[in-house]
Design a protein around this ligand. Structure first.
Ligand SMILES: [Zn+2]
Length: 397
C-alpha cells in the first residue's frame, strides 16, 4: 500500500472497517466527539502508524495510539529493556528486563487493546532499511533517543512523502514538530546531525525526569490523531517548545528551507546525505562546528516582541565591550564571548537566553557554551545587532 498525505489529513485507507458492538463500547467516549464519531473511528481502525523508538517517548505515544484504536501499529526499537528504563518507559515491567522492547511493548499494548494489529520490525533503523520500513504507513512517529535514527527517519519520510511527527527531550525541555510533504523537515531546521560520538541515548545520559518524555509522547499521539482525522490545526508550520520547569509552552514559526539538503530545491543525492549520518559530519564540508548541536535561531522582530512580553528572557551580548558601549539592544548584558565560560554563573539556566553578536555567527558559539552548561532554552538572534539596526529596532547606548 502506498500512503499519500493529503491536505487536512491522510488519504483515506482503502476499504472500510465496520465497528463491532464491542468496539463501539470501547471507544464510546471518543465516538461522542462529533469531530470523530463513527466515521472517524472507522478511519482510525483502517490507519497504519509506525512508532520508531519505544523508550520514554514511544511508550506513551504507542499506548495512546493503541488505546484510541489505530488499527495497525508498527513498532521498532532494537534495544532490550534495562532497569534504568523503568522510571519513564511505562510499558515495561521488571519481568521484561533483558527482553526486546518490541516484544515487551507489543505484549503490553495487546493486553490494553487486543483489537489492534501489531507489526514488529526487528533490529535497528538504518539508512539501508529505512525506506522499506516506512513503506505502507500513513504517519510515522519519531520517538528516538538518538539523532542518527531521527535523521534517517526524516530523510526516509521526505522521500516517501509521509508525515513525520518528531519529538525530542533534553533535560527539562521538550520539542515537537510535524513535518509534512512541502512543509519542511528536520533538516530545514538543523541541516546536520550531531557528531557520531554524541549519538546514542544522549538525552538520557544527561538525566531525565519521566513525566517530560511522557508529556511529549502524549503530544505526539495527539498530533498523529489530528493528522489521521483531519482535526484542528496541525503543527506542520510550527515548532512547539515545552519547558518542564516553568510549564510554559511556546510555538515558533517554521518554514521549508529552500536550501535544505533533503527537501530543498536542490536536494543532496540520497546515498550521500544518509551515509553522512552514520559516518558523522563530512570532514570535507566547511561547516562551523556549532552546527553540530541543535541551536535554535530566532528572527530579530520576533525576538523583540518576545523580549517585551517576557521579562524572564535574559539577553546576552557576546561582542567586545567597546561595541557594546557604542550601542546594544535594550536590556542586554555584556558578556564577551571569551569570558562566557567562566561567567555562565551570572545567568539563570532555568530561564531563556537570547544571544546576540554582531552578525549572528559568534552567537552560535555562545549558545553552544550555554547548552553545554545545561541551559535548555537558548536562542541565537538572526543577523545579530547589524540586522537589528537595519530593521530600525530600538538600541541603547
Ligand atoms: Zn528540509
Amino acid at each position: 500500500m502506498t500512503a499519500r498525505f493529503l491536505e487536512g489529513g491522510v488519504a483515506p485507507p482503502a476499504g472500510r472497517i465496520r465497528l463491532t458492538v464491542r468496539q463501539s463500547d470501547r471507544y464510546a467516549r471518543q465516538l461522542l466527539l462529533p469531530e470523530i464519531g463513527g466515521a472517524g473511528q472507522e478511519r482510525l481502525a483502517a490507519s497504519r502508524v509506525l512508532v520508531v523508538g519505544l523508550g520514554g517517548l514511544g511508550c506513551p505515544a504507542s499506548t495512546y495510539l493503541a488505546a484510541a484504536g489505530v488499527g495497525t501499529l508498527g513498532l521498532m526499537d532494537g534495544d532490550q529493556v534495562e532497569l534504568s528504563n523503568l522510571h519513564r518507559q511505562v510499558l515495561y515491567r521488571p519481568e521484561d528486563l533483558g527482553r526486546s522492547k518490541e516484544a515487551s511493548a507489543g505484549r503490553s499494548l495487546l493486553e490494553l487493546n487486543p483489537e489492534i494489529h501489531l507489526v514488529t520490525h526487528p533490529g535497528r533503523l538504518t539508512a539501508t532499511n529505512a525506506r522499506e520500513v516506512v513503506r505502507g504507513y500513513h504517519v510515522v512517529v519519531a520517538a528516538c533517543d538518538n539523532h542518527a535514527a531521527r535523521y534517517v527517519l526524516n530523510d526516509a519520510c521526505v522521500r516517501a512523502a509521509l508525515p513525520l511527527v518528531d519529538a525530542s527531550v533534553r533535560r527539562f525541555e521538550g520539542r515537537l514538530a510535524l513535518y509534512c510533504p512541502g512543509s519542511g523537515c528536520l533538516r530545514c531546521l538543523f541541516p546536520q546531525p550531531p557528531e557520531a560520538d554524541e549519538v546514542g541515548g544522549l538525552a538520557a545520559m544527561q538525566g531525565i525526569l519521566g513525566p517530560l518524555p511522557g508529556i511529549m509522547g502524549c503530544l505526539e499521539a495527539l498530533e498523529v490523531l489530528k493528522v489521521l482525522l483531519g482535526l484542528g490545526r496541525p503543527l506542520s508550520d510550527r515548532l512547539l517548545l515545552f519547558n518542564g520547569l516553568t510549564g510554559e509552552q511556546r510555538l515558533l514559526k517554521r518554514t521549508r528551507n529552500p536550501a535544505c539538503p533533503v527537501c530543498g530545491n536542490r536536494p543532496t543525492p540520497a546515498r550521500r546525505a544518509e551515509d553522512q549520518i552514520f559516518a558523522g559530519p563530512d570532514p570535507q564540508a566547511r561547516r562551523p562546528a556549532m552546527q553540530r548541536i541543535e541551536i535554535l535561531e530566532i528572527g530579530p522582530e520576533e525576538a523583540w516582541r518576545e523580549m517585551q512580553a517576557r521579562p524572564e528572557i535574559q539577553v546576552v551580548d557576546v561582542r567586545d565591550p567597546e561595541s557594546y558601549l557604542a550601542s546594544h539592544v535594550p536590556g542586554a548584558r555584556s558578556i564577551p564571548l571569551a569570558g562566557l565560560p567562566r561567567r555562565v554563573g551570572e545567568l539563570d539556566s532555568s530561564r531563556p537566553v537570547y544571544v546576540f553578536c554582531m552578525k549572528g555567527k559568534r552567537s552560535l558559539e555562545g549558545a553552544r557554551i550555554l547548552l553545554d552548561q545545561g541551559f535548555s532554552e537558548v536562542f541565537t538572534v538572526a543577523r545579530g545587532t547589524e540586522g537589528w539596526k537595519e530593521l530600525g529596532l530600538p538600541l541603547e547606548s
